[in-house]
Structure formats: structure tokens, C-alpha cells
Design a protein around this ligand. Sequence first.
Ligand code: AN0
Ligand code: CP
Length: 317
Amino acid sequence: MRNYTNVKDLQNIKDALKDALDLKQNRYAYTHLGKNKTCLMIFFNSSLRTRLSTQKAAMNLGMHTMVLDVNQGAWKLETERGVIMDGDKPEHMLEAIPVMGQYCDIIGVRAFAQFENKADDYSEKILNQFIQYSGKPVFSMEAATGHPLQAFADLITIEEYKKKARPKVVLTWAPHPRALPQAVPNSFADFMNEADVEFVITHPRGYELEEKFVRGAIVEYDQNKAFEGADFIYAKNWAAYQDPNYGKILSTDRSWTVDAQKMDLTNKAYFMHCLPVRRNMIVTDEVIESEQSIVVPQAANREISAQVVIKRMLEGL
Ligand code: AN0
Ligand code: CP
């Protein structure tokens, strides 16, 4: 595998799942693959899980890891070509990226949607510059439109916890005080559409996601109805995608918060969230602390999804 930016890079998700479950039993079987190889991780945004789980995955494969927080200690980077650089940014991405590529064998990039320009975000302007100019294989650690390491970990978790061959999986919007990207719900939808599940998305009107990720999945605007018979509830906030409200908060309606009453409508569903989660906005204390909450094992699988991806990238070097 050269780059990892979306579900299609895994080719066949059944094989990818099998690799994941095998690796989980035998994390240190491939240390020879990463010997004398370096994984560079570039963060334009904060992270807890991605930072730690991806380093752990690379170390499991025998690699060295280096982490750079671009906004803390590195030079501020100009991203627009053609600007006269007389402002506060001393370095251009067009030099910085090929230089970063000199010091590593693979590069992970976290660069969220900026909500300034929808076309820039949805063309993955920053991630694609890394692919184009670094000279090295690149994987997304959450870019503008997707978080494929998260969605792969989510798929592994559903595979591990499902009690029937084709579970009902519900992605529900929930309220949040800040405008958040669509990357997590986009990738989750993209993966669920490939998986053997009954997939339903529920959100208030106006929060419709990009069709290329929704791919005709059922959208149910009545959250209670969507929850009926669900085996997995996957909560997430996102800001509006559709014009003219791109990047805007249209609702903070706390009747969409996932609480015990709503979970009672489900088929004793497991509760999932990618984390970080704001309690009593997205989900009540009671639900996230309940036995049905699998947010921690879900986060644990981030190590596994990253390890499958990095292993395949190393095999392609
Ligand atoms: C980010 C998001 O919603 O995309 C990262 C989630 C993994 N969340 C926040 O910024 C709170
Ligand atoms: N879920 C996730 O990607 O978490 P971080 O933002 O902490 O990396």
C-alpha cells in the first residue's frame, strides 16, 4: 500500500479485518519490517489517541517514531502558493514538506478541515500536498474530510462485539458547543457502507453529509425511530456540510444528547464514540459509564488499525 487516506486503500475490508484480528493476537511478530525505518507524524491539530496509538503501532513493528506539532515549536507554515511572504509565516509548505520527507520512510498527517473554504477542505488540500511533495508514503491521521484510522478501528470493534451476523448500526448526530469537522462521520459512513451491517444515519435537518460518503444509506430524521432495535449507537457531533451553512452550528438541541431513555429504545445497543467526548452534551454520564459503553476498547483498537496500515505501507516500501 502506498498511501492510506480512505477505506478503498484497504481494498478488501474482510481481509483487513482478518489482518487486524491476527495482529491483535501477535503484535510483535513483524518487528523486522520496521527495523531502521522511521515514522514521522505531523500534527497541525491536537491529539491524544492518534498520537499515542500510532506511535505504539509503529514501535510494535520495530520502527522509530518522530512527532512534530507544527503549531508548537516549528515555523508557522504558509500554505498558499504565490503569496508575498511578508506576514507572520516564515516558511512555505512547498519547502517544509519535501524537507520532512528527507528524514523518514513514511509520514502521518493530521490536518483538520479549516472551515474557511469548503473547496480547499473537500479537495484535501494539505494532505494532498504531503502526498505530492514529500516523496514518501503518507497516511491520514484525520484530514479535512476523513479519519480512516478511526473508522477502521470502529469496524474492528463492531466485529468484536456484534452478536448477530448483520447488526444494526446507527450513527447519531449529538450536540456540541464548537463547530467540529465531518471527517469522523464521513469515514464511519464510508466504512459502514462497505461492511455487512444495517446502517442508519440520524441527525437534525440541515446536517446532511456529503453524498459520496453517505452513498444512499438510510437517513432517519427522527432520532427515537432510528434508535429502535439498534445494536450499536455511534454518537458524534459535526458542523453543517451543505451550503450555505458549511462549517456552521445549526443546532445545540440537547434533546439529541444520548441518554438512558434513548438507549432503552435499542436492542441493548453498545455505545461508541471516537473520543474526546463532551459528557452531558453528546452523551450522559450514565450512558458512557454503563456496561454498554465500549469507548475504551474502541480506542484500544486504534493501535491495531494503525498497525495494519503501517505494516502494509512498510511491505510496500
Ligand atoms: C475532532 C473532530 O471532531 O474531528 C477529533 C475527533 C477525533 N474533535 C474535536 O476537535 C473535539
Ligand atoms: N479519536 C481520536 O482521533 O482522538 P485524538 O483526537 O485524541 O487523536
